[in-house]
Design a binder for this molecule. Structure first.
Ligand code: KG4
Ligand code: ZN
Length: 338
């Protein structure tokens, strides 16, 4: 009998479902919520409502294209946290009802562990132990990955996530949401040394991105006072310079983490790992420091249910199931199992 799992992701603004069979991801259906664009950020209430609207069609499509019937499912998995409360509730409550209705196990997944395990969806996979830099709109973490379900956060942001720093800078520059991809494209045409922004240096492996956000705000305020067309005239250079500072901050800690832990297998995950500047910096460092680097396919970098399915497969093998009293949401921390 094969291990067939239906997985559901609804932690932020993507409603997604995927089916995995014996560790092989069969599909990854994602409904992206465009409703947030005009607000310049994710509006939690609108996200919950959109999940409610998209969830059943997305699950239907995942089941139908998998060729697996509900009766053949071994378990249902869902993202239990971290994420937006209402958004998590929609996916979690659905998964819970479906699993108990079908009389099969329910598996709760930590979204951040799933981002790391996205590396096992398609080869080449990193070998243990490796370090994963998870960079998204909500999180910035350095994770020491010892095994599929054995991870330790060795550094994280104390304030904003790096994706948030990209998005907030983009907003100040009048770019549409989400601003990360827009900034990336503009940065490619600019000079990263045109302007200098401060690099916040924490002592250990933690990050802080709130200082640069304020620095950009004051810089733009001062420059536009003298020249109201400053942003329009210098857009690619501003994007390239801010991106340069953000990537520098990530790379400094990544280098330090690799050295301190004596690890050469380095992975990146999360939406910001799509950034071409970060990818270039990583490739350069790999050449200089003898790193083996791992970057998942774009569809597995941003929020998706395939990574939830992958994590669920390992949890199924480990026999980590929920009981009937489980809450569809929880404050989940990496390394906190059971
Ligand atoms: O992982 P993700 O899809 O969602 C979560 O936040 O969990 O990440 C979204 C973040 C946004 O902040 C977006 O601006 C950023 O990833 N992002 C990028 C790029 N593509 C997406 N940031 C910089 N450069 C990119 N190419
Ligand atoms: Zn995410």
């Amino acid at each position: 009998m094969k291990i067939n799992i239906l997985a559901i992701e609804s932690s932020c603004d993507e409603t997604s479902a995927a089916v995995i069979s014996d560790g092989k991801v069969l599909n990854n259906i994602i409904a992206t919520q465009s409703v947030h664009e005009k607000y310049g950020g994710v509006v939690p209430e609108l996200a919950s409502r959109a999940h409610q609207q998209h969830l059943i069609p997305v699950v239907h499509q995942a089941m139908e294209t998998s060729g697996i019937s509900k009766a053949e499912l071994s378990a249902v998995a869902f993202t239990q946290g971290p994420g937006l409360l209402g958004a998590l509730l929609v996916g979690g409550s659905f998964a819970k009802s479906l699993a108990f209705g079908l009389g099969i196990p329910l598996i709760a997944i930590n979204h951040m562990e799933a981002h790391v395990l996205a590396h096992f969806i398609e080869p080449p996979a990193p070998s243990f132990p490796f370090i994963c830099l998870t960079v998204s709109g909500g999180h910035t973490q350095l994770v020491l990955v010892k095994d599929y379900l054995e991870m330790e956060v060795i550094g994280e942001t104390l304030d904003d996530a790096v994706g948030e720093a990209f998005d907030k800078t983009a907003k100040m520059l009048g770019l549409p949401y989400p601003g990360g991809p827009e900034m990336d494209q503009l940065a490619a045409q600019g000079n990263p040394r045109a302007f200098t922004f401060p690099i916040t240096q924490m002592k250990n492996l933690d990050f802080s991105f709130s200082g640069i956000k304020t620095a950009v705000l004051y810089f733009l305020r001062d420059q536009t006072k003298d020249d109201p067309r400053f942003i329009a005239k210098n857009l690619p250079d501003i994007c390239a310079s801010v991106q340069h500072a953000l990537i520098n901050m990530l790379m400094i800690k990544l280098r330090k983490a690799a050295k301190e832990h004596g690890i050469n297998d380095i992975a990146i995950a999360g939406g910001v790992s799509a950034n071409s500047g970060l990818r270039t910096a990583l490739t350069k460092e790999a050449g200089e420091s003898n790193w083996n680097i791992y970057v998942p396919k774009l569809e597995y970098c941003t929020d998706n249910a395939a990574m939830i399915a992958m994590a669920a497969h390992y949890k199924y093998l480990a026999g980590e199931f929920c009981d009937r009293e489980v809450s569809p949401i929880a404050k989940m921390k990496i390394g906190n199992h059971g």
